[in-house]
Design a protein around this ligand. Sequence first.
Ligand code: NAD
Ligand code: DAU
Length: 359
Amino acid sequence: MRTYLVTGGAGFIGSNYIHYMFKKYGDDIRIINVDKLTYAGNLENLRDVENRDNYTFVRADICDSEAINKIFDENDIDRVVHFAAESHVDRSIRNPEVFVKTNVLGTLVMLNAAKAAWELEDGTFKADKKFLHVSTDEVYGSLENEGEYFYETTPYDPHSPYSASKASSDMLVKAYMDTYKFPANITNCSNNYGPYQFPEKLIPLIINNALNGRKLPVYGDGKNVRDWLYVEDHAKGIDMVQEQGRLFETYNIGGHNEKQNIEIIHIILDTLNEMLPDEDPRKAHINEELITYVEDRKGHDRRYAIAPDKIKAEIGWYPETMFAEGIKKTIKWYFEHEDWMANVTSGDYQKYYEEMYRK
Ligand code: NAD
Ligand code: DAU
């Protein structure tokens, strides 16, 4: 049975990945989820799996090498899937330090711990051990012209403290692969959306604000373009890269689904109105009057667009969920999980750890 060490599994993509993996492999794998539970970590995301015999949660900071080494000492880890990071661009503009600490130093701690556990005396590595570093398309910078795409060969050109810290962490993984032949892969993915996304990010923020009749803030002219991917497709891509990809390679993962931010907001408003029953009182305020243009994000990247040609050609992965379907699934999930949103916005979700693990 393979044992996975997942970092940041209580966050948005990490928790969706854990759900995906248990759905796919059931009792044939074991997952240890290590998460510091920052503001972005929410154990309610994992309520459905927390009682499984093949799931363990460890609260720890990935910068704490003692805690991370202990996990490797006590368990024969076969796979590391490294999600843990500070992930929000706006926060990185206000407070870059924690991004460098977690994203760069934390990744170094993870690399060193895995290397120490997996390296043999002759400098080679134990068979079938693999590390996957989850990264972002933002490391490639900003595209200005239509028809241009990010490829694995596109030079790094990060602009925000967030993307600079992710680029640095990617470089460390590349250095470990080049220097030590450390068995790893890097994936660079476009914008994800779906269940369990923290409502500081565009899509859940717009859904939540619209349902509550609050303003919908649009940065700048609203014409910045992102390439949106349904989160389960990302989870599947990560697993496929780790099991079928060539070691030491980078794979871009993207939705082939470019949309301007303002288009996204219109789609959400239309979909909310379509999905809510006529008698729902919220329908009265869900309209374009909520849209409010605000000051632009500093250094705001204009356009991201991934070319997922390599992962498709080598591994056969492609984005399965069309945006029209994915956004409906996402909105339906938020409708059915009003408690989740209420707990996040009130801060009550942070009490869950105390209730579950410190009873
Ligand atoms: P998120 O902010 O929702 O979750 C991050 C998780 O990491 C949280 O559970 C948090 O508690 C944990 N964490 C933060 N600092 C930690 C530390 N020092 N030690 C241990 N745990 C810590 O992020 P996300 O959106 O799920 O992104 C996950 C990963 O995917 C990140 O590496 C991000 O760069 C990358 N990524 C995200 C997107 C996206 O659209 N969200 C796209 C491409 C890549
Ligand atoms: O591209 C992948 C990246 O996508 C990930 O690496 C990041 O972790 C993830 O946060 C995301 O970054 P973005 O900055 O693209 O996502 P965000 O949801 O913050 O913003 C999406 C776009 O919407 C961006 O152009 C800024 C704009 N925006 C955002 C918010 C929160 C608004 O116009 N208004 C808003 O209120």
